[in-house]
Design a protein around this ligand. Structure first.
Ligand SMILES: [Zn+2]
Length: 197
């Protein structure tokens, strides 16, 4: 897959992000795609709601590239530890809120209460590290979590998800945010947490 194909896929996903209202933080997030000789990753500061072809940067394995996302080290760490073909990351409100519950200090596992989340995700892991943005410890913790589940939340930061393609990784991220939203609503209704049918 080349930059042009990734760009077309990204334009479709941008429309889905806007239509779904998944996030109100257009600059908070990034993506990457595995290639044979490296990865394609978002340019730092570029908007996910209005992606441009020049905002997709190639980084060779073991190398770096000027302007690449601050999460470059995190994405590389995930590819090192999983067979993922693509990684997606967004700052979504329900996932961020639920990861900040006292129960998730130091990390936790969320069991979706909704059928869809259980079917497609199984569990969602919350990782809690001292430096939660673009650090080697985040890369290691997320890489390990995403080798077991398709979507994980960095506590107080956002969701990272993996998939065979960018579209699959994004769908899993949207699924995880939906499941977190349901858990959050249950919590707000006083049903307790974890909670399920
Ligand atoms: Zn982020």
């Amino acid at each position: 897959m080349g930059i042009d194909a990734v760009y077309r896929e990204l334009r479709r996903i941008a429309r889905l992000i806007a239509a779904s209202g998944l996030t109100r933080s257009p600059f908070g997030g990034n993506f990457s795609v595995r290639l044979r000789d490296g990865i394609l990753i978002k340019r730092s500061g570029a908007s996910l709601l209005d992606p441009r072809r020049e905002d997709i940067i190639f980084v060779p394995w073991g190398g770096t590239a000027e302007g690449a996302s601050v999460e470059l080290v995190t994405h590389l760490g995930i590819y090192e530890r999983t067979p993922a073909g693509a990684v997606f990351h967004l700052h979504t409100p329900a996932a961020v809120a639920i990861s900040l519950l006292p129960e998730c200090k130091g990390g936790c596992e969320l069991v979706p209460a909704d059928v869809e989340g259980r079917l497609f995700l199984g569990k969602i892991k919350v990782v809690d590290v001292r430096r939660p943005v673009g650090s080697p410890e985040l890369a290691e913790a997320l890489g390990e979590a995403l080798s077991e589940v398709p979507a994980a939340i960095v506590r107080g930061h956002g969701i990272f998800s993996v998939g065979g393609t960018l579209t699959e990784a994004f769908a899993r991220l949207a699924e995880a945010e939906f499941s977190c939203d349901v858990l959050l609503r249950l919590r707000l209704m006083g049903v307790g947490w974890p909670a399920g049918p």
